[in-house]
Design a protein around this ligand. Structure first.
Ligand code: NOJ
Ligand code: CA
Length: 597
């Protein structure tokens, strides 16, 4: 029997919002697995590791730039938009890769880097030789003086002093928001917009599900402004979105806008611009809350975070391929975070910290778990950075941000099982130190150890999959008296009619607690769906909250032994709809000292 039209429409809508239920795994092809032993990871290598990725429990891959590039900015300096870097493979390999992801139900996000190109790109080579004011010359932004747009900040402060560089061929200055070898495209030129749309269609036609829009606040320049978030930039993005809606309605645009929530909100438009945007200011505040054992940085930034349109979603992350950016904090907060997480000055770069998750948290498993709970339960779609699921380390002695981009550690073998090539010929050296080296930290060993971080991550990702509330639910904070307790509900009431597993209610608290409690919490989290039906679990949970309160009260908050911990409890709709369950929810909130909002 045919399903009624409304049901079909519903199913389609649900599918179009796939990015709300996604868990994204971010990786660089170059550093993942080398299939032909030339020292550089490639698409065939990645393809051979897709089972690992699917087994981890993520459902979406985000690939860092893999296009032809001189790689002076690790591929964000593109010299040919419609091809694969020859060291990573061919377009045929890419197509095979996409087909293989489809078979496993994985989606793929790639990079649309349109703010700038490499200076090796034929467009730039043509522009610098073209007549001033010609269409070709105007593919980029030129000036006779470097005194224009002086209200614009420099982003790579450690490497660049100005956003202008003199080009001896064009005999003019060209504009660049990043490295001098990355000239900015000129979005006032309609030919640029058309060219960019063609590039976009090329990759969507090749089968990618989503596009991360790199450096998107900087598309258009106007004198007298900061040249960030200009209305003209939003007009361009709406044009891009209109193209998606018209021809590729199930695809997704993800904005990289390192801005305050008020400004980032504009990248969603009225649901007619980007589908997703990273929540940059939340990220350092999770580290701040952990460091200070105080929920305030998190509750405060989320209170300042505006509602976003129903078809939109935040992307949440703890780490990525860049430095842990501290642009979206105050000067004193930055000093605190630098002192706390990067006391070794070599770990600092630009306005941030070039470290991976495990070294940031000094390999403290409890803190890694706590941050991962936050990652998996804050409102939005989580992004896991490759290698963090096994607690990989970094190498702050490498240049730029290369130290967090080293080869994936598969096994204790040569080069961590990443490649059989001579170690000296690897794209980046593998980590070999005694704490984080591949002999100690690798997938093979952790796969055999049921207590490993890798297994823990798999379990937690499985928990997340069972609870659409974590992807789609609204967030409601409870405010226990003790600020060391972070408690919040994730609720999906408003999706009640749309989804089968609707109406889930989440109850989540993070509290100052002793390690023993955290073990209880893990048990509670994994058995969460039954919490409100099972007397035993209910009692455990109640005991936990009482203990957490007791500990917090007894220590007045300050105790070396204390760490933040999280309990998660989720109940199915039927369970929480029942009187008993509802009463239990209420009691938990009461117990944690929650003030009703
Ligand atoms: C943001 C990317 O994440 C970063 O790696 C890159 O250097 C800049 N954009 C410039 O493309
Ligand atoms: Ca290779």
């Amino acid at each position: 029997m045919n399903a009624p039209a409304s049901e079909l429409a519903r199913a389609l809508t649900a599918d179009q919002l796939w990015y709300k239920d996604a868990v994204i795994y971010q990786l660089h092809v170059k550093s993942f697995f080398d299939s032909n032993n030339d020292g550089i990871g490639d698409f065939q290598g990645l393809l051979s590791k897709l089972d690992y990725i699917a087994d981890l429990g993520v459902n979406t891959l985000w690939l860092l730039p893999f296009y032809p590039s001189p790689r002076f900015d690790d591929g964000y300096d593109i010299s040919d938009y419609r091809n694969i870097h020859p060291e990573y493979g061919t377009m045929a390999d890419f197509r095979k890769f996409i087909a293989a992801t489809r078979r496993r139900g994985l989606r793929v996000i790639t990079e649309l880097v349109i703010n700038h190109t490499s200076d090796q790109h034929p467009w730039f080579q043509r522009a610098r030789r073209a007549k001033p004011e010609s269409v070709m010359r105007n593919f980029y932004v030129w000036s006779d003086t470097d005194q224009k747009y002086l209200g614009t900040r420099v982003i790579f402060v450690d490497a660049e002093r100005s956003n202008w560089t003199w080009d001896p061929v064009a005999k003019a200055y060209y504009w660049h928001r990043f490295y001098a070898h990355q000239p900015d495209l000129n979005f006032d030129n309609p030919r640029v917009v058309d060219a960019v749309l063609r590039v976009m269609r090329f990759w969507l036609d090749a089968g990618v599900d989503g596009l991360r829009l790199d450096a998107v606040p900087y598309l258009v320049e106007r004198e007298g402004t900061s040249n960030e978030n200009l209305p003209e930039t939003h007009t361009i993005l709406k044009r891009i979105r209109a193209e998606i809606d018209a021809s590729y309605p199930d695809r997704m645009l993800l904005a990289e806008a390192n801005q305050w929530p008020e400004d980032t909100k504009d990248y969603f438009g009225q649901g007619d611009e980007c589908h997703m945007a990273f929540h940059f200011p939340l990220m350092p505040r999770m580290y701040m809350a952990l460091g200070r054992e105080d929920r305030f940085p998190i509750t405060d930034i989320l209170r300042q975070t505006p509602q976003i349109p129903d078809n939109c979603q935040w992307a949440i992350f703890l780490r990525n391929h860049d430095e842990l950016t501290l642009e979206m904090v105050t000067d004193s907060e930055r000093d605190y975070l630098w002192e706390t997480y990067a006391s070794d000055r070599r770990a600092r770069i630009n306005l941030g910290i070039r470290r991976r998750l495990a070294p940031l948290l000094e390999r403290d498993r409890r803190r890694i778990e706590l941050m991962s709970y936050l990652l998996l339960s804050m409102p939005g779609t989580p992004v896991v950075y490759y290698g963090d699921e096994i607690g990989m380390g970094d190498n702050i002695h490498l240049g730029d941000r290369d130290g967090v981009r080293t080869p994936m550690q598969w096994a204790p073998d040569r080069n961590g099982g990443f490649s059989r090539a001579e170690p000296a010929s690897l794209a980046l050296p593998a980590i070999m130190d005694s704490l984080y080296g591949y002999e100690t930290v690798n997938v093979e060993a952790q796969s055999r150890d049921p207590h490993s971080l890798l297994h823990w991550m798999r379990r937690m990702l499985a928990v997340r999959r069972r609870h659409p509330a974590l992807g789609r639910g609204a967030l409601r904070f409870l405010y226990p008296k003790n600020r060391k307790v972070l408690a919040y509900l994730r609720e999906t009431e408003r999706y009640k009619n749309l989804f089968e597993q609707d109406g889930q209610l989440g109850w989540l608290t993070s509290a100052v607690s002793r390690p023993a409690m955290i073990e209880n919490l893990v048990a509670i989290m994994t058995s969460a769906p039954h919490l409100f039906q099972s007397h035993r679990l209910w009692n455990e949970c109640r005991t936990f909250v009482r203990q957490a309160n007791g500990t917090a009260a007894a220590t007045g908050g300050a105790h070396d032994d204390l760490v933040l911990a999280i309990a998660i409890a989720l109940a199915g709709r039927k369970a929480v709809a029942g009187k008993v369950a509802r009463a239990r929810m209420e009691e938990l909130a009461e117990l944690s000292g929650a003030v009703r909002q």
